[in-house]
Design a protein around this ligand. Structure first.
Ligand code: WTA
Length: 575
């Protein structure tokens, strides 16, 4: 776990740098080895840079080396700049942000680490966190890392059952939570969900409970109240990653990356539309965010409300706009660039996954000559070697081709195993294309060698013998499914006749992609079923269209089941 975030550290660092493009030519091993020695403090130095073998699923980096990621995130900076702001906690209510310096964060982390030790948490034990993005959550992660425990951060929107599964899977003896969460003006009883979950988790011996609101909650013998913390204010360089710490983006770019680099990070507790659709940009103005990192789902949502919500606020502090999580369609990309960034800030569409630990394909804004093409993740990050493979497992050497996106050489931040199931790790990632790490995504590589992610391979649809990535279609309309079945969400306040809209969409797709891709069916819906992290659940839409609604698959990550019912009802009305 301690090493997992090493390449995150590098990508976050490189993202901030301006003169790194000359390292590309260096050998992978020299490259990672030099970064590891220069950018990190080691307790004992490593003997070998890497010892990896994809066909055996063996991933070993920096053997013999020992480091503590919390020391790298905190102590190093406390020595040089203790009063620099480490975290800005952007609380749900605008204008009530709280700042934490590196010194304060170190103190809180050490106090928590000592408490965990006193409560019997040992090296290798797993601690489950069920809490919103807040300084205490970050301190809890770092405290675990500090004492050698593993943290299992469960997104605080998950149900009691989903939480219980994850606690049982990791055999956690300790859970850390808050009495209540606050999101979009609503209060959510997190402690009550934990109470329900731990009823079926015999491993749990203690639940640490912090107070996020003033409302008291019922405490049991198992519960340990956590005392409150101190605040202070200071200016800093501000990294605004909007992702919740319950997702990998929150781990790598909300916590470990910015802190290891001595930056100031924003923990966003609220939603993009609370109290109104200007929230992100009002936050940018108030906190002086310089790198804003968000998800296409939020950008698409905000675009529907119009430009006024953005233009109301001063965004001159913004330098770079990042996007992650899904392909960003051209309309959203252009809006982000033109309206949010005022045409001034590079938009970087960053492709990566939980398994990769950090950004793998992204444009390089640091390179003044590098062009950025809307909707393209562009170039492999330093030290990453992608390859596209065809259905037979052959590498596609020519550019201008589409295939399964694989990575041919190991990098330090990559996953090493699946907890309790190493065999599944090997089968999922290394067996589909022997000798390669398989990402599950499809990608197109242009003549210039630029990459565009076309979506999950299981979302790719086969129309009249042509393989179409849903991303490509969504670029033209915003759409899905074997005959082409398009779900349309209209912008706010737009009213159209559905048959006129259908005709227009068919013409657009025929013109911009091809006739065979023209939609067979079009259904206007109020919203789409999404995961709690905002990804559209296309496989659910496919089942609706195939009328297999009694077999919708795993819905544990579905955000709001009513969205599925609405889509089903609309489908039944139409057909
Ligand atoms: C998708 C999130 C297109 C992709 C960091 C990947 C993207 C999955 C992009 C991982 C992007 C992520 N363009 N698709 N820029 N970024 N994805 O594990 O399908 O939550 O495999 O990690 O999201 O999602 P995860």
């Amino acid at each position: 776990m301690l090493l997992n975030h090493v390449s995150t550290v590098f990508t976050a660092y490189l993202w901030q740098q301006t003169s790194f493009h000359d390292v590309v030519a260096l050998e992978i091993e020299t490259f990672w080895g030099a970064l590891a020695s220069q950018r990190l403090s080691w307790i004992s130095p490593f003997n070998t840079v890497q010892n990896c073998n994809f066909s055996q699923g063996k991933i070993k980096w920096f053997e013999g080396g020992k480091l503590n990621v919390s020391v790298n995130c905190l102590d190093r900076h406390v020595h040089t700049c203790p009063e620099r702001v480490a975290l800005i906690w952007e609380r749900d209510e605008p204008g009530t942000e709280v700042k934490f310096t590196y010194r304060e964060l170190l103190e809180l982390t050490c106090r928590l680490g000592n408490l965990l030790k006193r409560l019997g948490v040992r090296r290798g034990d797993c601690v489950t966190l069920y809490m919103p993005s807040c300084p205490l959550a970050v301190a809890s992660m770092l405290a675990c890392a500090r004492i050698g425990a593993v943290h299992n951060v469960v997104f605080a929107g998950f149900s009691a059952e989903a939480l219980a599964d994850r606690i049982r899977d990791t055999q956690s003896s300790t859970v850390i939570t808050v009495n209540q969460g606050v999101r979009g003006g609503k209060v959510i009883d997190l402690k009550r969900t934990v109470d329900q979950a731990v009823q079926n988790c015999p491993s749990v011996q203690q639940v640490l409970v912090a107070m996020r609101t003033e409302n008291s909650v019922a405490m049991t013998d198992r519960d340990v109240p956590l005392e409150e913390y101190v605040f202070s204010y200071q200016d800093g360089d501000v990294f605004g990653c909007m992702a919740d710490i319950g997702w990998i983006t929150g781990h790598s770019y909300g916590v470990y990356g910015p802190l290891c680099n001595g930056g100031t990070t924003v923990l966003f507790e609220s939603t993009p539309v609370y109290p109104d659709p200007g929230r992100y940009w009002e936050t940018v103005q108030r906190l002086g965010i310089s790198q804003f990192y968000g998800a296409p789902t939020a950008i698409r949502l905000l675009l529907k409300y119009g430009d006024e919500w953005v233009q109301k606020y001063d965004r001159s502090c913004l330098k770079t706009l990042g996007s992650v999580g899904e392909p960003i369609n051209r309309e959203a990309w252009e809006w982000y660039h033109r309206v949010v960034g005022g045409g001034r800030c590079p938009v970087i569409d960053t492709w990566w996954q939980t398994e990769t630990g950090g950004i793998c394909i992204a444009p390089r804004p640091s390179d003044p000559d590098a062009e950025i093409i809307p909707g393209m993740a562009m170039r492999p990050f330093y030290g990453i070697k992608p390859a596209l493979l065809d259905a037979k497992g052959e590498v596609l050497h020519a550019h201008d081709s589409t295939g399964a996106l694989c990575i041919s050489m190991a990098w330090p931040g990559m996953a090493r195993t699946i907890h309790n199931d190493h065999q599944r790790f090997i089968e999922t990632y290394f067996q589909p294309y022997p000798g390669y790490f398989f990402t599950g995504d499809g990608a197109y590589c242009s003549k210039e060698g630029y990459y565009q992610i076309v979506g999950r391979l299981d979302d790719v649809i086969n129309v009249s013998g042509h393989r179409l990535g849903t991303a490509e279609l969504e670029d033209v309309v915003v759409c899905t499914i074997k005959c082409v079945y398009v779900f349309v969400v209209l912008k706010k306040g737009v009213e159209v006749q559905e048959d006129v809209l259908a005709q227009q969409l068919r013409e657009m797709v025929s013109r911009n992609i091809a006739k065979y891709a023209s939609p067979d069916y079009i259904q206007v819906v109020g919203r789409l079923p999404k995961t709690r992290s905002g990804k559209i659940m296309r496989r659910v839409l496919r089942k609706v269209v195939e009328r297999k609604t009694d077999d919708l698959g795993d819905l544990s990550t579905l955000d709001d089941s009513e969205a599925v019912h609405e889509v089903i009802r609309g489908h039944q009305r139409l057909h």
